[in-house]
Design a protein around this ligand. Structure first.
Ligand code: ZN
Ligand code: ZN
Length: 297
């Protein structure tokens, strides 16, 4: 992680958010109280959608959850994510933090329906805010949605806090008890990968959509788990995305301990994905994501 700048000015800015985040922490402690001891020391990644924008019976659009220390993160939310959560048994009022990797519709499609659901569904008992992070442009995106939907998508006071992260430099956010890091990656000008560091040293990294670039290798350094996009099969490279061998080279160079490949276009299911990846990444398990898969680290 040495090559990632721990941006002190940004950290100061985020310390303003910190007070609000403490409410989130207090809320999650309620979950934590009843949690078995084992769960306090592990991270659980739950894949809710292993697909893309291309419709697939097998794979929903991109979404993953991370559960650790009694908190739940959601990374991206394709249209249909609320239903996927219900099927996975994840209460939608248990989400503490949402990290959007970029603004492509298949990654952010459930953003507005989620906010709408926090307002009206009787099942939403949470009073603590949900923190939503994305690259610069999040607030413009939200305001445009509000232009279209009006006050229907204005959250209740204090329920949703949106914060923008740099599209140009890596950033670090204190979100107790975690440190969340972001780094711009090569996909769109507003694409970020995220790294979530637990106090016990365990680390999960989510690539979002990306092509090969230095930042994804840097932010994934030594990660216990890297959930990495692998959109196209070997030999069918799509610009802005990774092939299995490229995902393998990232995991190899970063020294990742477990690699989860996801974000499969339907074509991937007709090809050998593991083989070309394994030819390069030899140090840990390669897991091909399926919807509702749970990986405990
Ligand atoms: Zn994309
Ligand atoms: Zn995508």
């Amino acid at each position: 992680m040495d090559s990632l700048i721990f941006d002190q000015s940004r950290l100061f800015q985020y310390s303003l958010i910190y007070k609000k985040v403490k409410h989130v922490h207090a809320w999650s402690k309620r979950y934590q109280k009843n949690m078995p001891e084992m769960q306090k020391n592990t991270m659980e990644v739950i894949i809710l959608g292993s697909g893309t924008c291309a419709p697939s019976i097998r794979r929903a659009g991109p979404c993953a959850c991370l559960r650790a220390y009694g908190q739940t993160f959601m990374i991206d939310s394709a249209a249909g994510t609320l239903r996927q959560m219900a099927r996975a048994g994840i209460p939608y009022d248990s989400i503490d933090t949402i990290l959007y990797t970029h603004f492509h519709p298949d990654h952010i499609g459930e953003f507005v329906p989620f906010i709408f659901a926090t307002k009206y569904a009787p099942g939403y008992r949470r009073s603590a805010p949900v923190m939503i992070f994305a690259a610069q442009g999040l607030k413009n995106f939200y305001n445009a949605m509000k232009m279209a939907f009006g006050n229907w998508v204005e959250p209740e006071e204090g329920r949703v806090i949106m914060e923008e992260l740099s599209c140009e430099t890596p950033a670090a956010i204190q979100s107790p008890p975690f440190i969340i890091r972001s780094a711009p990656v090569k996909h769109t000008p507003q694409s970020l990968a995220y790294r979530i560091e637990c106090p016990n040293g365990k680390t999960a990294v989510f690539s979002g959509d990306t092509d090969l670039c230095k930042n994804i290798i840097d932010i994934a350094a030594g990660a216990d788990i890297l959930v990495c996009e692998c959109a196209a099969p070997e030999g069918e490279k799509v610009q802005g995305h990774l092939t299995p061998s490229e995902a393998g080279s990232i995991a190899n160079e970063a020294g990742v301990k477990t690699l989860v490949l996801t974000h499969f276009y339907p074509d991937c299911d007709k090809h050998d994905v593991t083989g070309p990846c394994r030819a390069i990444y030899k140090d840990g398990p390669i897991i091909l994501a399926e919807d509702f898969m749970r990986v405990i680290i």
